[in-house]
Design a protein around this ligand. Structure first.
Ligand code: NAP
Length: 438
């Protein structure tokens, strides 16, 4: 019987995810070897501080602070340090040395992906990053491989568990944003500095990756329009609920065709109203899900845990086994195709339905004036609901109007809202939120 080949695996980082990857590599060595056709030998683990207590007990002799030397000798490199540097330099060095690289670093991919992909192409090695989007959920490989014979038209993703937890908490308890955030921090779903999550930056990095693979065109972070959830109020959530919607932070990538037939892709992240019966509306707590529409496959949904050391390690190991198999079997490495060449569209070109809340004077003729103003701006109204209320100490009654429009462009909507604000019968515009799935 021929001796099984051994492939050296260098692990960079031993935090939440890295420690679980190391554990699985050691505990499941025989099963991984059987699936790969080679033994995956953990040759070392690079960390910042050798004295840090790890989540998993691991042989001390594996640890080093010299990541550079570790990378030089590896067949496969797993980068789970996070951040831009030194992760970027180490990944580039690994690729140039001919090693396949697996990473979960969405921040680096969104900022510097093209440089890394090109280096991997040049070296003829695999750069895999399934863990970078939606943690444990196998989503990038299905988009890149399983759907490569189809045309994806739209991707809607709940790809940030922290914000989904906060919005779900607000929806189920009526809490304000600040209280729901504090609860997320208490339970460990949100970091002490939650900016990257609540401002939508983390979801935007993932949106760029999803759009790149779905539309065979490289989209960078600057192509992604981004609005977080800090301005979503308990009143917005209550009004949405009353109207049969739930608010989710969605990463959206969709192909649009303009009046002249020119195609473009709108990539954006923003709070979005979804009808309660939409499959994504059922995604609760810190779970993630990605909903895909493709010309031939129709609608698909992928659901699961979007973060956490062990779930994310599952995605990393899947990439590792796949890359290792290619090293064993030979043949070309699989990279994403970039033959689409569809331009990224500015947010003004996006077209969605909108939910608009207005506080107006309760007078005859108000509805007609507002409806006429919408019509003048080319925004047609799908539903309009009215609730009359009176402040306790006031003799004046005001009415709350809740309007859902048909699909309209961002530009037309913005102009409409500005014009509505100028009407003397409008006390205030209480919310403007985009709607999907109607
Ligand atoms: P983490 O817990 O902060 O761990 C980072 C590890 O990298 C630590 O072991 C740290 O060493 C090491 N490290 C950092 N800078 C280093 C340097 N300059 N030199 C050597 N080692 C260094 O991070 P994580 O949560 O495991 O996340 C890792 C990556 O996976 C990130 O890119 C993240 O975005 C991605 N990801 C994470 C999750 C998740 O649920 N956590 C989900 C999807 C993707 P010390 O321990 O010695 O400080």
């Amino acid at each position: 019987m021929t001796e099984m080949r051994t492939l050296k695996v260098a692990l960079l980082g031993c935090g939440n995810v890295g420690a679980q990857v190391a554990r699985i590599l050691l505990e499941d060595a025989d099963a991984l070897a059987a699936r790969t056709g080679a033994r995956l030998q953990l040759s070392g683990i690079a960390v910042r501080n050798l004295d840090t207590k790890r989540d998993v007990e691991l042989p001390q002799e594996l640890f080093t602070t010299d990541a550079e030397t570790l990378v030089k000798d590896a067949d496969l490199v797993i980068e789970l340090m996070g951040g831009i540097e030194p992760a970027r330099t180490l990944i580039l060095a690994a690729l140039r040395n001919g090693a396949c690289v697996v990473t979960g670093n969405k921040a680096l991919l969104a900022q510097d992906g093209p440089t890394l992909y090109e280096e991997a192409d040049k070296a003829g090695v695999q750069l895999s990053y399934e863990a970078a989007v939606a943690g444990a959920i196998p989503i990038l490989r299905p988009i890149r491989d399983s759907l490569s014979g189809d045309r994806i038209t739209r991707v809607l993703g709940i790809v940030n568990g922290t914000t989904n937890f906060i919005l779900d908490q607000m929806d189920s308890t009526g809490a304000q944003f600040a209280d729901a955030l504090a609860e997320a921090q208490r339970l460990g779903y949100a970091e002490a500095d939650p900016t990257a999550d609540v401002e939508g930056h983390d979801a935007a990095a993932k949106a760029a990756i999803l759009a790149t693979l779905s539309f065979h065109t490289r989209f960078a972070l600057e192509n992604v329009y981004c609005e977080g959830i800090t301005a979503v109020s308990a009143a917005d959530i209550a009004a949405a609920k009353d109207a049969g919607f739930v608010i989710k932070l969605l990463a959206i990538a969709e192909k649009l065709v303009d009046a002249d037939g020119a195609e473009g892709v709108s990539v954006r992240v923003h709070p979005t109203l979804l009808p309660r019966e939409h499959p994504l509306a059922a995604v609760r707590g810190a779970f993630n899900a990605v909903f895909i529409e493709a010309e031939n496959a129709g609608e698909l949904m992928f659901y699961g845990q979007g973060a956490g050391g062990t779930p994310t390690a599952s995605a990393v190991l899947g990439d590792l086994v796949s890359a290792a198999r290619r090293l064993v079997l030979g043949g070309p490495q699989r990279t994403e195709t970039t033959t689409g060449h569809v331009p990224a569209l500015p947010i003004d070109a996006a077209a969605t339905s909108y939910y608009i809340g207005l506080d107006v004077a309760d007078q005859p003729g108000v509805l007609a004036r507002i409806a006429q103003l919408f019509a003048e701006h080319g925004v047609s109204i799908e539903t309009l609901r009215q609730a009359v209320h009176r402040e306790p100490d006031s003799v004046q009654e005001s009415a709350e109007l809740r309007i859902v429009t048909h699909r309209a462009s961002e530009a037309a909507l913005a102009a409409t809202v500005e014009a509505v604000k100028g009407l003397d019968v409008v006390n205030s515009v209480t919310s403007v939120l985009r709607v999907e799935g109607v």
